[in-house]
Design a protein around this ligand. Structure first.
Ligand SMILES: [Cu+2]
Ligand SMILES: [Zn+2]
Length: 177
């Protein structure tokens, strides 16, 4: 979870916040991002409602283009041109957009969680996520561990299946969390 108290040292004038609002038939809520300055990790806060006791894949995808709904948002955000993976396996490559791979809705249909991500940025670098998107999938991300016939797609998408909800990541007002 990292040191959330570090935000107390944030310069409010130079820190950045961004949000993706999710509105759909199945999943609703938001993913909020905060970064104190370009040298710090991005705090990512999930506050989502969805189907009770279900797990669904979640990623940052490359584009913010909703002309064909979630389908036109492109593949996983991948500025370093690597294979799909997971933050839980530090010795393996992962896409910058892989986030925490999956969200687990509890028996009230809630998922609230925060962590710090060092592979994305809200500042103007190649890893900047502003104008990109959040996509939530029908299935479960296999963390890049798929074998046999599942292996090739595992290293691209984690075999996460279709897209059930999405939202574009845009700037928002400063918020302490
Ligand atoms: Cu995805
Ligand atoms: Zn990925």
């Amino acid at each position: 979870m990292g040191n959330t108290g570090s935000n107390n040292n944030c310069n409010r004038n130079t820190s950045k916040n961004a949000i993706a609002t999710i509105v759909s038939d199945t999943v609703n809520g938001y993913v909020l991002f905060h970064q104190c300055d370009s040298t710090k990790p991005v705090s990512v806060l999930f506050n989502l409602n969805g189907p009770k006791n279900e797990t669904h894949a979640i990623h940052i995808h490359q584009y913010g283009d909703l002309r064909k709904g979630c389908e036109s948002l492109g593949p996983h955000f991948n500025p370093t041109n690597t294979t799909h993976g997971s933050i839980y396996y530090h010795n393996m490559p992962r896409h910058a957009g892989d986030l925490i791979n999956n969200i687990d809705f509890n028996n009230n249909g809630l998922f609230k969680f925060m962590y710090e991500d060092y592979t994305i940025s809200l500042y103007n670098y190649s890893k900047c996520i502003l104008g990109r998107s959040i996509v939530i999938h029908k299935g479960i991300d296999d963390l890049g561990l798929g074998q046999g016939a599942k292996k090739e797609e595992s290293l691209k998408t984690g075999n996460a299946g279709g897209r059930i909800a999405c939202g574009v990541i845009g700037l928002c007002e400063w918020e302490h969390f």
